[in-house]
Design a protein around this ligand. Structure first.
Ligand code: AKG
Ligand code: FE2
Length: 298
């Protein structure tokens, strides 16, 4: 049985930015995951996002398929994604809907969350502070024209495949992810991704908190000082909803190790790479091919 894990807690309302930045640093070094509380997004708004999400996924499949994913936006049906191609060949037991960029999200009225920009700006300025960077570093490089996606996720529960994950083992690809779930368990993390056998720990639900995690591009920027931790959603037999907000640097942004994160004895582990090139490579592994990636409906 997996052990139950309480992640570190970061309080965004704390009056001392330095101590908040320090707790973010500690959490990103130790876990690559933390709970974010007092984030300023009202419970009422979150409930209405879950309500709309449930209404969307309850629509007839034909209708949802007419909104199939194109250029990273729209509907992806059950089993069309496989986050860990070495796991079950059938794919992941979830359906999802991507809502694209902050500036022009039109079809679903979710653009208050958290796209007004305050939350991610605030959080990323603390992350910058935690890395000894100017506190507007991410605002200038990555939030200037970010690739931000809201993704509604629905795990249907019992499907008759016992060993099929809702989301198989993966790390997130981008900079940072904010996640909110309906409280149904299933999310697990594996802190040591290179150790075998993998040890999985259940992430406890904290009502009203966001779960924040570091993605691969932040891991590359920080030379693995901040971890992009492996995680998955295992089946529990229960239906589950979650909403993830992925924040990625713009595609032209060159991701190379921060000076403060390397030294002679600890040289950069990764060559510089453009954000867009890295993300395309990862998405291709998840979805199979570039054609499928660009236009899943035809
Ligand atoms: O639904 C969840 O709890 C996690 C989803 C996730 O990890 C992802 O979409 O990248
Ligand atoms: Fe993820």
């Amino acid at each position: 049985m997996a052990t139950k894990l309480s992640l570190p807690m970061v309080d965004l309302s704390s009056p001392d930015p330095l101590s908040t930045a320090y707790s973010i640093r500690q959490a990103c070094v130790d876990y690559g995951f933390f709970y974010l509380v007092n984030h300023g997004v009202h419970n009422k708004l979150l409930s209405s996002v879950f309500q709309q999400s449930a209404e969307f996924f309850a629509l007839p499949l034909d209708y949802k398929l007419s909104l199939s994913r194109k250029e990273y936006r729209g509907y992806t049906p059950l089993f069309s994604e496989n986050l860990d191609p070495s796991s079950h060949p059938k794919g992941d037991a979830k359906e999802s809907c991507y809502i694209g960029n902050l500036e022009d999200s039109t079809s679903v009225n979710l653009n208050q969350w958290p796209s007004q920009g305050k939350l991610e700006k605030n959080l990323l300025s603390l992350v910058a502070l935690s890395l000894n960077l100017d506190n507007d570093f991410f605002e200038k490089t990555a939030l200037n024209k970010p690739d931000a996606f809201l993704r509604l996720l629905h795990y249907p529960g019992e499907l008759g495949y016992e060993d099929l994950c809702g989301a198989s083992a993966h790390s997130d690809y981008g900079m940072i992810t904010l996640l909110v779930t309906d409280g149904v368990p299933g999310l697990q993390i594996c802190k040591e991704k290179f150790k075998q056998p993998r040890v999985w720990e259940d992430v406890s639900h904290v009502e009203g908190a966001f779960i924040v995690n570091i993605g691969d591009l932040m891991e590359r920027w920080t030379n693995c000082i901040y971890r992009s931790t492996l995680h998955r959603v295992i089946p529990t037999g229960k239906e589950r909803y979650s909403v993830a907000f992925f924040l990625d640097p713009p595609s032209y942004c060159l991701i190379e190790c921060f000076e403060s994160c390397c030294s002679e004895s600890s040289p950069p582990r990764f060559p510089p790479i453009r954000s867009g090139d890295y993300l395309i490579e990862r998405f291709m592994l998840t979805y199979g091919s570039e054609k499928e990636l660009k236009c899943s409906s035809n």
